[in-house]
Ligand binder design. Structure first.
Ligand SMILES: [Ca+2]
Ligand SMILES: [Ca+2]
Ligand SMILES: [Ca+2]
Length: 437
């Protein structure tokens, strides 16, 4: 199948967006493929001489009209509400870059937070070179067996669990995805009224396949091949999304959790970049709804696992399990971020998974390691649906096989790699008495 590219022309910023769809072919010749995000490694924060074009403003009023009035009075002339939250008594807007208005707003008692609407990126390793491989006889990827998932499929294959993948959408027609697709949503600011969540980069299709690809004799089998996918599109064809896009995407997951209070949910986030109070807020809202949150730990590694690298949002956030990438020899990937916040490890080097256009491919990055852990969390939630998200997280770290020289948690591997056979056995280590199976 052909995926579609949105080439959007902002006619009046935030108000009308005219979109022309041009077919692109992710598996075609180089010149027709979208440019992949080659800067994930180099990305830090916007250079100081290039001020961001937009800001994210959080006000302590849930009343959008009241919020608009405050912003207009401060002098903003372009603004768009993205969140209105009665329970938390707040609203969030995207505004233009207007230094005088920002100065005015700083003095306003209703201002909770203002930050640049910076970009975050898919955490696919910059060195990845895509070779589309047509679907052939189904394989169980090394990363799946390394987690012992195949050894516990007789107990559960992830039935009854939804894995929300906030990423670049998904190839909904892919034979390894279609059977497990619960639904999807386009949450980017430039989606406008369209809900087309077609994966324009292939990143999300690969990520989703790792976690839950269907057992069907073709492609691969994911960690939890009967878990359902909810695909939220926040990243474009280059693997990029703004803070506003990601906040909108996280609100979709919040709604999913609110609408399905009895369904265990796991959220995978294979992207990162900078710091953001607005994203931290949105993550806290989801964590309160008993969702297991998993994120790629980052690709800022320097090849020396003794030295610490900075970790970005969302992996750095307290409610989030940050995942490092290892290769098939259990060595830490050279690109994997080393940080005390790294919690677990999984395969993230030359990972074989699904790709658009009825194909498969190899990709590397902590982007690939994260959905392995999301899949493991889905298996645990399926086997023990009464277990809270907090207990699932504690069981993961208490039943991990130590990796690296340090006997215990370290900045490269975290606690190591979860062992599903142990977790699904009578010998499982329960973190505390409140976590009963
Ligand atoms: Ca398959
Ligand atoms: Ca390092
Ligand atoms: Ca260790």
């Amino acid at each position: 199948m052909n995926t579609k590219s949105h080439r959007c022309l902002p006619v009046a910023l935030f108000l009308i967006v005219a979109c022309k769809k041009e077919p692109i072919d992710l598996c075609g010749p180089d010149e027709v493929r979208p440019t992949r995000n080659a800067n994930a490694l180099a990305y830090r924060s916007p250079p100081p001489d290039e001020p961001p074009l937009q800001y994210i403003v959080t006000l302590d009023t849930p009343d959008v009209d009241h919020g608009k009035q405050i912003l207009e009075d401060a002098g903003f002339y372009e603004l768009q509400p993205i969140v209105s939250d009665l329970k938390r008594n707040k609203s969030v807007f995207v505004t233009d870059d207007n230094p005088e208005a920002i100065q005015q707003l700083f003095a306003h008692e209703s201002l909770l937070n203002i930050e640049p609407n910076h970009h975050l990126h898919a955490l696919e390793d910059a060195g990845s070179d895509i070779q589309c491989i047509p679907l052939t006889e189904e394989v169980i990827p090394f990363g799946v067996t390394r987690l012992q998932a195949d050894k516990v499929w007789s107990i559960t294959e992830g039935e009854g669990v939804i894995i929300a993948v906030v990423d670049s959408g998904v190839d909904a027609d892919h034979p390894d995805i279609a059977g497990n697709l619960f639904g999807g949503s386009c949450a980017r600011l430039d989606c406008g009224l369209s809900n087309d969540y077609t994966d324009e980069s292939g990143h999300s299709t690969h990520v989703a396949g790792i976690a839950l690809a269907v057992e069907n004799e073709v492609g691969i089998r994911g960690v939890a091949p009967k878990a359902k996918l909810y695909a939220v599109k926040v990243l474009d064809g280059t693997g990029t999304g703004s803070v506003a896009d990601i906040v909108l995407g996280l609100r979709k997951v919040k709604k999913l959790a609110e609408d399905h209070p009895n369904t265990p949910i796991v959220l995978n986030m294979s992207f990162g970049g900078g710091e953001s109070e607005a994203i931290a807020d949105a993550i806290d809202d989801i964590a309160e709804l008993d969702v297991v949150l998993v994120a790629a730990g980052g690709n800022s590694g320097d090849g020396n696992s003794e030295t610490v690298e900075a970790m970005d949002t969302p992996a750095i956030l307290t409610p989030v399990i940050a995942v490092a990438a290892i290769n098939e020899s259990d060595d830490i990937a050279y690109f994997s971020t080393n940080n005390a916040k790294i919690e677990l490890s999984a395969n993230g080097v030359n990972v074989f998974s699904d790709f658009p256009d009825d194909s498969t491919t190899y990709l590397s990055g902590t982007s690939m390691a994260s959905p392995y852990i999301a899949g493991v969390a889905a298996l645990i939630r399926s086997a023990y649906p009464e277990l809270s998200a907090e207990c699932v997280r504690a069981i993961l770290v208490n039943n991990a096989e130590n990796l690296g020289d340090d006997n215990g948690r370290d900045i490269a591997y975290g606690f190591g790699i979860p062992q599903l056979k142990l977790i699904m056995s009578n010998n499982v280590v329960l973190p505390h008495s409140t976590c009963r199976l």
